[in-house]
Design a protein around this ligand. Structure first.
Ligand code: NAD
Length: 563
């Protein structure tokens, strides 16, 4: 359970106070550190949780490693039963979890209560599909040499998967990644953000203590060092967070030669073409840019609008943003925008917006931190922005919408692609075929046509960023669970003679017979299959070669000699 308060020494974790519990008299046990989790709404301490160092993380992973083989042996159906019980527990405790989530994130109730059901959607998809997705595959032998073998691909889990999460959607991201890994047969250690560990920690406690499930799911808490310790111990790392941290994880994982999947930052562009349904596009821009106070990796971060509809679109957006209700969120539906996750985050948004305003942009709504206590930034619409401004180049985790006029779709695509990120994008047009065509010209891992974030809820689709936005992908049907497995190739021979042609002893007779056999199987034409070699490579091609050589000549790019 949560450790409330705490006396002892205090240091700082991610801006929060850290406490060292005093050793009991006469006992020299290692110091137990803890840190405070604060509400971004009023700065009050919500709870204290352990700050686990490398030694504790090592012990947790060692325990998971011990418990994993019987978990794998349960098979997908047995594991699915435990995960099904967790689903029931989540439904029974959803309001309590939402409350914790709200206290640690400052989200509106509507958004806090969405995380559990959305996580269950993916839980159910993988619980029901696990057996099929993890079933052995038996590819047919590709040639006569292996024709007598039974070929099998068995999906064997990585023993311990480390899931490292950010603070914006703590439950959705932790469960969305951890549950497919558990269903794959791995044991999982999840490391929530130091800003928002409470709801995740409570769910893992529920798994262990209330559901009574096997000890193959643990939560380790702390800041970056705790995450780094997990990267040092786990067999696979699933990371969601900033590009900066992702790069450090990739470096360490490369040293350890362990695989990883990185879901990183973005600077998602929305392209509004002149034939778009402007009302739908404006509603989507406002929700897509302001949902979760703009703290969504795939939120709308910059909008490019074709000239003929620019003024009307801006007017529609401004009208809607003015109506948004921002306040300290309670458990009602009277709040559209809550707090940012931390003062540090607010500082980044402030810096980007002030730089834009100082270099020629105008704020038609908002433009500054809200005039109330807590980490609130006013919902903001910026116009007269240009591509060089920080608000158009750096990731913004805040409720801001910079809108830029473009001449045509080509300019919009050029500007959208002019980014080191490539997470997602959206295209708005009444011509769906044109929208889909435009999507393929964008350098982003996901493109939604006339929609916002729709790909996030489409579990059969892979969710991965291009360029600096990631390596690998989550979800994506079978991929989302098989990624936590090592494919094991098993060959079992159906015929078992005492020896085989290519084994010892090497003799001229067996060697030549083997070569003839390979030629017979692999050569393209009968002359070669029967052992005849073409002695004059410059001579006229034989019948079998004619067509292919012609094709090669036709496809060849003219080299310098042909000029
Ligand atoms: P962050 O990179 O600062 O932290 C993420 C997690 O990594 C935290 O748990 C943190 O403690 C841990 N960490 C920090 N240093 C570490 C290290 N050296 N080794 C291991 N772990 C370490 O990110 P954040 O500020 O918490 O989250 C915001 C970022 O997350 C944004 O860039 C956002 O775009 C991204 N994000 C991406 C997706 C996606 O699916 N692509 C989804 C949500 C958020």
């Amino acid at each position: 359970m949560l450790l409330m308060g705490g006396s002892g020494r205090k240091t700082t974790v991610g801006g929060s106070a850290r406490t060292t519990a005093a050793d009991p008299p006469g006992r020299a046990s290692p110091p137990v550190l803890s840190f405070d989790v604060r509400s971004p709404v009023d700065g009050s301490v919500v709870a204290s949780v352990p700050d686990q160092g490398a030694e504790e993380v090592r012990a947790v992973v060692a325990g998971l490693r011990r418990n994993q083989p019987p978990w794998e042996a349960l098979g997908p159906t047995g594991r699915g039963q435990w995960v099904g019980r967790l689903r029931d527990w989540l439904f029974d405790n959803d309001e309590r979890i939402a409350e914790l989530l709200q206290r640690e994130t400052g989200k509106p109730w509507q958004e806090a209560t969405l995380e559990v059901p959305l996580a269950i959607d993916s839980l159910e998809y993988y619980r029901k599909g696990a057996k099929k997705f993890l079933a052995d595959a038996h590819p047919r032998p590709h040639d006569l040499l292996t024709a007598t073998k039974k070929l099998t691909i068995a999906y064997r889990p990585y023993p311990v998967v480390g899931v490292i999460c950010p603070w914006n959607n703590p439950v959705l991201l932790a469960l969305g990644d951890a549950l497919p890994a558990l269903l794959a047969g791995a044991a999982v250690a999840v490391k929530p953000s130091e800003l928002t560990p409470l709801a995740t920690r409570e769910i893992v406690r529920g798994w262990r203590e209330d559901v009574g499930a096997p000890s193959v799911f643990e939560c380790v808490t702390g800041a970056g060092e705790t995450g780094a310790a997990l990267v040092d111990e786990a067999d696979y790392i699933q990371f969601t967070g900033s590009t900066r941290t992702g790069r450090r994880i990739a470096q360490r994982a490369a040293e350890r030669l362990i695989p990883y999947s990185l879901e990183l930052g973005g600077k998602d562009a929305m392209i509004v073409l002149a034939d778009a349904d402007l009302e739908r596009a404006a509603n989507a821009a406002v929700w897509g840019g302001m949902f979760n106070s703009g703290q969504t990796c795939t939120s709308v971060e910059r909008v490019y609008v074709e000239e003929p509809v620019y003024d009307e679109f801006v007017e529609l957006v401004v009208e809607r943003v003015r109506r948004l209700r921002q306040r300290a969120p309670g458990q009602g539906y009277d709040t559209d925008i809550g707090a940012l996750s931390s003062e540090a985050q607010l500082g980044i948004v402030e810096r980007q917006v002030s730089e834009a305003l100082a270099t020629g942009a105008r704020a038609l709504v908002g433009g500054k931190r809200a005039d109330v206590p807590g980490a609130f930034f006013e919902p903001t619409v910026l116009v007269d922005v240009d591509q060089s401004m920080l608000c158009m180049r750096e990731e913004t985790f805040g409720p801001t919408l910079p809108v830029m006029k473009v001449h045509d779709v080509d300019e919009a695509i050029r500007l959208a692609n002019d980014s080191s990120y490539g997470l997602s994008a959206s295209v708005w047009t009444r011509d769906r075929a044109r929208g889909e065509h435009t999507a393929r010209r964008l350098e982003a891992g996901a493109v939604n046509v006339n929609d916002m974030f729709a790909n996030i809820f489409a579990i059969p689709l892979p969710q991965g960023g291009w360029k600096q936005s990631g390596v690998g992908a989550r979800l994506g049907g079978a991929h989302g669970i098989r990624k936590y497995c090592r494919p094991q190739a098993v060959t079992a021979t159906r015929l078992t003679p005492k020896s085989e042609l290519f084994w010892y002893p090497y003799t001229a007779r067996r060697g030549k017979l083997g070569q003839r056999l390979l030629r017979l199987l692999l050569a393209r034409d009968w002359n070669r299959r029967l052992g005849r070699r073409r002695r004059d490579p410059d001579g006229p091609p034989d019948q079998g070669e004619k067509y292919e050589d012609q094709t090669i000549r036709n496809n060849a790019e003219p080299g310098p000699s042909s000029e």
